[in-house]
Design a protein around this ligand. Structure first.
Ligand SMILES: [Zn+2]
Length: 131
């Protein structure tokens, strides 16, 4: 799913949550939007290209290819399991985790319904596939 769609949907949910959690809603937005930074990290490391705009445009043109080949660490079950555990220890962590889970729900929906290709969401599976 495109970052613009994540921003719009996160802001809409944040407006609904704001009366209940006040400024802690910012952690929700961070979780719902900034975890896509791992896409940039993956391609910058793999292709040695650091221009954010070029990487974004490449991803827009070839989303299925990138979904097949990439391993985005913040989108893995292992990372999400870790932050779910950490969310038991702070309210800010809980809001961040809820944002990440919201982001993941949108990503899974997009990949299954639009791309018709579910991404690999396991770091261990990716490592085993690569070796
Ligand atoms: Zn994502």
């Amino acid at each position: 799913m495109h970052i613009k769609d994540h921003v719009i949907s996160a802001v809409i949910i944040s407006i609904i949550l704001y009366p209940f959690v006040k400024l802690n809603v910012l952690y929700f937005i961070i979780g719902a939007v900034l975890i896509d930074a791992d896409h940039y990290l993956y391609y910058a490391i793999r292709y040695r290209k650091f221009n954010l705009i070029k990487i974004h445009n490449l991803w827009i043109r070839h989303p299925k290819k990138f979904a097949e080949e990439s391993m985005c660490i913040f989108h893995t079950g292992e990372f999400i399991s870790l932050i779910v555990i950490l969310s038991f220890f702070s309210f800010e962590g809980l809001m961040f985790t809820l944002g990440v889970l919201f982001h993941m729900a949108l990503d899974v929906y997009y990949q299954c319904s639009v791309l018709k290709f579910p991404r690999n969401y396991s770091l261990f599976r990716y490592i085993n596939r690569s070796s």
